[in-house]
Design a protein around this ligand. Structure first.
Ligand code: HEC
Length: 156
């Protein structure tokens, strides 16, 4: 490879790679946007969970709920990242029910979120395995995981 080719190659690589790095280092959301994103996600997860409960009640096979169960499990994993400092009740112009205890007792909040991750990951596996009895029983565990976080960390 000639020196000119090498330089041209490096320049092209720079043009392609630079914007990728620029993006990962400059993306930021306002506190209001974070609150709006998590509230929309909670509303969608609530609708998803409601649809799963309805299907289970109507006797659907667990396998048919694989996609929504996996969606809940994915959401559970990113949930804590949508609670950065400064996004609690009274800290942004948005209405929010996020108690300030989320930040004063972060370990407890992370633990509640981790319980939700475990409950939904198990739900997702049971759906994949089409274990309908296990899946139906696990729905109660997921419900408990919602309440286990709402009780200490969400305003009524
Ligand atoms: C680890 C904690 C945690 C878990 C687990 C959790 N939530 Fe929440 N949820 C919150 C907090 C905190 C808020 C308040 C967010 C805000 O107002 O900024 C909230 C808000 C909500 C809202 C209201 C959203 C809005 O538009 O204001 C709904 C609906 C909801 N959760 C449903 C659920 C359901 C259903 C589950 C379980 C399948 C669940 N949540 C699991 C912490 C949790």
């Amino acid at each position: 490879m000639s020196k000119t080719h090498l330089i041209a190659g490096l320049l092209i690589a720079g043009v392609i790679v630079a914007p990728v790095f620029a993006q990962t280092t400059t993306v930021s959301l306002t506190p209001q946007q974070v609150v709006a994103a998590r509230q929309a996600s909670f509303d969608m997860s609530s609708a998803t969970f409601g649809a799963i409960l309805k299907a289970a009640k109507e006797g659907a096979d667990a396998k048919t709920e694989s996609q929504p169960a996996a969606a809940l499990a994915s959401w559970a994993k990113v949930l804590p990242s949508l609670f950065p400092a400064g996004t609690g009740v009274g800290q942004t112009p948005m209405e929010s029910k996020a108690k300030l205890d989320i930040w004063t007792d972060r370990a407890g909040f992370e633990k509640a979120a981790a319980n939700y991750v475990t409950a939904t990951a198990t739900l997702s596996s049971l759906a994949e395995a089409n274990n309908t009895a296990g899946f139906t029983a696990q729905l109660d565990e997921v419900k408990k995981a919602c309440g286990g976080c709402h009780k200490p960390y969400r305003e009524r």
